[in-house]
Design a protein around this ligand. Structure first.
Ligand SMILES: Cc1ncc(COP(=O)(O)O)c(C=O)c1O
Length: 373
């Protein structure tokens, strides 16, 4: 069998170090829920979850019931939260059977879960999703009281805490995030006055963890910083994190081309002198954004080379004129470290006008993954 020339490596020791860093940032009293949705941001759901559990993370969160069941079937025992909740009685039964914690954001799903909880004789744990300003899933924070009053009449569910999401904690302007934090406090206050205990309130994502201590509440929810990325490419004053993912490819051919040669589809690049170019065996089908055409960079022999012309489905071209001894079969680093130089997912995100989340999910899901450390 032909081994792919492209591979993603996942360094589990970096994941562990990032978790330790997050613990330092939030302090001992605050719990940590690791966000492992979307195949752990492309890093592999099960290996990542196992490593986090081994290093005493408090809980995990995924988007769907199916992901949560995969975790249980792999022997993951810590609490698992389903961020997008459930919709049917069959799903509710599975939630109870696998001891999972869905988010609820409407009365219908609360009723379904309450019925299952009553019938099984063991209350189903839930979180209430409150919209404090994200403008997405949830109950408007001003309607928290109304919602809680309806839930209080139901048996068979235990409300662990309120849950809300920050929309712009990575941005310089702090006004809106501070307002979201205040709205969340109001929702907690109202719920407690109505008799809810609420021991697990949760608001902070990675940006909240790094920039707003007062957004931490009982349990924080880091995603991107667990994997060593940042919420936006130009995040100010980031803590030192380690990149968990690296992506390598190979040189397929080295050519000397003359001045005025057009490179790749659409002839968007012409050499201005005679150049040495390397044709590399990875393209957008391997998760490299086509937006890196004429913008991105990579490392060969630890030296930076720029991408020229359009990124193709399975090939990319780089100008390696200044790099000595490049030959067929040489390793190419698109993401990661090589001989003292590095390219981060935030560098790639900046070149491609996106965010590190998309870079990691794309590369991680489209290539063979190898786990190290
Ligand atoms: C509800 C919720 N909480 C936490 C996170 C983690 O966010 P981040 O990766 O920015 O830390 C996400 C990710 O989008 C999310 O949807």
């Amino acid at each position: 069998m032909n081994r792919s020339p492209n591979n993603v490596t996942i360094d589990l020791s970096a994941l562990k170090d990032n978790l330790i860093k997050i613990r330092e940032l939030v302090g001992k009293k605050t719990k940590i829920m690791g966000i492992v949705k979307s195949d752990a941001y492309g890093h592999g759901l099960i290996p990542v979850a196992r490593e986090l559990e081994k290093n005493h993370i408090d809980s995990l969160a995924v988007d769907y019931l199916s992901e949560a069941i995969k975790l249980r079937n792999a022997g993951v025992n810590i609490p698992v939260v389903i961020l997008l909740g459930i919709g049917t009685p069959q799903e509710a039964k599975k939630v109870a059977g696998y001891d999972l914690i869905p988010i609820i954001y409407d009365i219908e799903s609360a009723r379904i879960l309450s019925e299952v909880g009553k019938r099984s004789g063991r209350a189903v744990k839930v979180y209430l999703k409150i919209d404090t300003g994200m403008g997405r899933l949830g109950i408007d924070f001003r309607e928290t009281g109304l919602f809680v009053k309806q839930l209080k009449e139901m048996n068979g569910i235990t409300i662990e805490g309120l849950f809300s999401h920050l929309s712009s904690a990575d941005e310089q302007d702090t006004l809106f995030t501070n307002a979201q934090i205040e709205n969340f406090k109001k929702a907690i206050y109202v719920s407690r006055r109505l008799g809810l205990k609420l021991t697990m309130n949760s608001l902070a994502n990675s940006a909240g963890i790094m920039r707003y201590k007062k957004s931490h509440f009982d349990i924080v929810r880091p995603g991107i910083i667990l994997y060593g990325g940042l919420p936006c490419p130009d995040f100010v004053n980031p803590p030192s994190l380690r990149h968990v993912m690296a992506f390598y490819s190979r040189v397929m051919q080295v050519r000397n081309v003359e001045h005025g040669t057009s490179i790749s589809y659409g002839r968007t690049f012409f050499t201005d002198t005679s150049r040495k170019i390397a044709i590399i065996s990875a393209g957008y089908a391997n998760g490299l954004s086509r937006s890196l055409s004429n913008k991105g960079g990579l490392l060969i022999h630890g030296q930076k080379a720029r991408i020229i012309g359009r990124v193709c489905m399975n090939l990319t071209i780089a100008d390696v004129t200044g790099i000595k001894g490049v030959k067929k079969g040489d390793r190419v680093c698109f993401l990661g470290k090589e001989k003292g130089n590095a390219i981060s997912s935030d560098d790639i995100a900046r070149w491609a006008d996106t965010i590190s989340y998309e870079v990691l999910c794309s590369l991680g899901s489209r290539n063979d993954r190898e786990y190290i450390n």
